[in-house]
Design a protein around this ligand. Structure first.
Ligand code: G1P
Length: 292
């Protein structure tokens, strides 16, 4: 008898990072609120979460990230002005992004101890149920979105599911990398994973790209997880331990991944997503062509 996996309802978005790779733009603006075309990176991530059926988002924030909480609340004066000026389309767009009361929680990672520690900070709010982790640096342009593709696999496999993407061999040292055994279409079974392998030692070129579905037992392992790569508590290290006890599947999802935490990645996301927009694509193409 196969048990239906518990439904995925909650997602953790770790947004405490300082965004040093895109300074000075992130000196006073959280990097997650930098614009891609005309809306913040975070707006794309929240949209992807909702499409995948996520009902509650837990933001793990840090000092000077208060603007994120404000972004997902009413901006009363602005809304009144848009209403008075008859700009209803814009107003509707703003209102559509707002959560219903109680659908978002905010907790703080008070010290920068790494991604594993950030996820652990959400343990009480998540409780004992499966949850997603979505790295907000990463916009995935996919149909359906990357998390939904992971959910579709999870509904069949249960356990833990992570999104992976092939990267050039010269880049593997920047990521968590999986050690694959075999592949069935886009599903990859694994025997291990390693965070930021030294150049020349990577077990493959499949990087863990920032979308995860995890079982709550990961919290128990994170509680005792020792520091790893970069002297930080790494989620990858705790997942590698959990792999000894529970099923893990990697999904090479369909879509284009944009690392918006990086100057060129952010620029590329802006160009790529502007070109695809029905209302802006033609004008963007013309403007870019004129520059080249
Ligand atoms: C984090 C994760 C890493 C993952 C990467 C994706 O690293 O630790 O496993 O591959 O995100 O962007 P970071 O980029 O925070 O160093």
């Amino acid at each position: 008898m196969t048990l239906t996996p518990l439904r995925l309802r909650k997602a953790v978005l770790p947004v405490a990072g300082l965004g040093t790779r895109v300074l000075p733009g992130t000196k006073t603006t959280p990097k997650e609120l930098l614009n891609v075309v005309d809306r913040p990176i975070l707006s794309y991530i929240v949209e992807e979460a909702r499409e995948a059926g996520i009902e509650h988002i837990v933001f793990v924030t840090g000092r000077s990230k208060g603007a994120i909480e404000d972004y997902f609340d009413h901006q009363v004066e602005l809304e009144a002005q848009l209403e008075a000026k008859g700009k209803t389309e814009l107003l509707d767009q703003l209102l559509a992004e707002l959560p219903q009361a109680g659908e978002m929680s905010f907790t703080r990672q008070m010290q920068p101890k790494g991604l594993g520690h950030a996820v652990w900070c959400a343990r009480d709010i998540i409780g004992r149920e499966p949850f997603a982790v979505m790295l907000p640096d990463v916009i995935v342009d996919g149909r359906p979105g990357a998390l939904k593709q992971l959910v579709q696999a999870y509904e069949e496999t249960g356990g833990n599911v992570i999104g992976v993407e092939a990267v050039p061999d010269s880049e593997t040292h920047k990521y968590g990398i999986v050690d694959p055994i075999s592949r069935n279409g886009r599903r990859v079974s694994m025997k291990g994973m390693v965070e930021k392998p030294a150049q020349g030692t990577s077990p493959s070129n499949l990087s863990i790209s920032g979308r995860y579905i995890l079982q709550p037992e990961i919290f128990d392992l994170l509680a005792t997880q020792e520091r790893g790569a970069g002297n930080e508590i790494q989620l990858t290290d705790a997942m590698a331990r959990l792999m000894g006890e529970q099923a893990f599947t990697a999904i090479e999802y369909e879509g284009v991944t944009h690392d918006c935490g990086d100057k060129i990645g952010l620029l590329r996301a802006n160009v790529a997503l502007a070109l695809k927009r029905p209302d802006l694509g033609a004008a963007a193409r013309e403007a870019i062509a004129a520059l080249l």
